[in-house]
Ligand binder design. Sequence first.
Ligand code: ADP
Length: 568
Amino acid sequence: SPNKTPETQIDGNLLIAQSLFRAGVRVMFGVVGIPVTSLANRAVSLGIRFIAFHNEQSAGYAASAYGYLTGSPGILLTVSGPGCVHGLAGLSNSTINCWPMVMISGSCDQKDVGKGDFQELDQIQAVKPFVKYSIKVTEIKHIPGDVKTVLSSCVFSRPGACYLDVPTDVLHQTVTESVANELLTVSDQNQILEETLANLEVGKAASVLRNAKRPLIVFGKGAAFARAEDSLKRLVDRTGIPFLPTPMGKGLLPDTHELAATAARSLAIGQCDVAVVVGARLNWLLHFGEPPKWSEDVKFILIDVSKEEVELRKPCVGLVGDAKRVLDRINLEIKDDPFCLGRRHPWIQAIMKKAKENVSRMEVQLSKDVVPFNFLTPMRIIRDAILAQGSPAPILVSEGANTMDVGRAVLVQTEPRTRLDAGTWGTMGVGLGYCIAAAVASPDRLVVAVEGDSGFGFSAMEVETLVRYQLSVVVIVFNNGGVYGGDRRNPEEIGGPYKDDPAPTSFVPGAAYHTLIEAFGGKGYLVGTPEELKSALAESFFARKPTVINVTIDPYAGSESGRMQHKN
Ligand code: ADP
């Protein structure tokens, strides 16, 4: 009728934002531009925080880490074509680390596909190797259902990345508000995929464990993702079995626990006869579970949410399911017929003795104040400053070759999910993205990055992002003038017309990285002595403002490729 006001129209941009909000999304990371700027603005207006980056690669790393830290999918928004391609870094990193994330990319108008449209790319094809699942939204009515599907697929079973492709024409289509509400309500009722615990050989696992002479519990970032810390604690308390965390498993139980076998790693994995491996793959990081690092006849009890993973490793006992739920079942089983190794058990004695020896040997090196700095002296000072923060413990972000290797051994993790590092792929350049994700996910915690100058350089412009959002992040750059430090070439290897170029491993010596953040109003420090470092840490940890501490390290300290020299 002529006096009836026309109903409000909802476009694709708003409907996506509404669908995300209804599904619980409160944070997005990304880079805006054609055709997704309005989508980001709509999301913000609904109450979703949009963290705008300089580069989709860093934003993608942030989304992946956010998914890991919070347990809910991290969202990455990108433009079409090149934006989507830059986003592949985050997408692949997410899937390889088993972290849930969804990349949403705009794409060109469906009617212009194949004609060379602006930023045209077959994005569904491009993401294929890196995702669990992808969907192209072909019309506005599919938006709520498709959003729900990618969000739930990425957390289902083994977490990973999913992709949602939104063509420009779909973003611009409209439906009336009442149709939109109806679509949203229908998708609200979509069944959330849920894991069922199949018949588990819990009895067998408990009996193998009970009969072990030298048992070990190994746990990784899958157990951290599952928030299995209380269940692990119960198992360790009840059985007295020593444990070994993988790098990102560190902190699920405190590194300072007397049954921590971290400092006796080679002995623990080389001599254990039964290893319960929880949420950690027996991949290169764990020497494939094979000799010579592991003994020939070690029996594995493998707990993993992924059936494929368990089938691949052919363990003695495979328990497919969520780490926390499976551990709770094992704990119940053991409770009925308890056993505990006790501190005087020869295996426990051997591990504790070895760990003590290694720790005191390391402490001797650590206690020296070496100037110009090697890696150990500043790492000790940073360790002590982090520990002095108490609880809630800072989140540590770590990358680099020597910096990460030394940091893993020296820095102490006391709380779960407080360590983010280069991960399963050894990805360099994740640091700033991870810092931003950690600060956004845990505003109550200080975030401290300890990274090499090379790792930092991949995404150094994101220090502006730290300043813009005033995130509580202190980035400590171990500046040794390059990848692995100075020019380590044998003079006989240097020749040819470009022999006078800097070595491929070298950067400008003495680079003033601290001034980079000052360009945006952040705080920078240049330090080269223990006193200077201590004072910069004290000030910046107290201020909790975006900071870069540029630590001058002897360019010839450390070794090329860290501990991975044999592969380079
Ligand atoms: P790390 O690098 O710490 O060794 P990995 O990334 O190699 O850990 O392994 C993590 C494993 O955890 C993956 O195989 C993944 O399938 C598994 N996983 C992920 N979520 C869960 C969960 N909720 N319960 C059990 N296992 C999980």
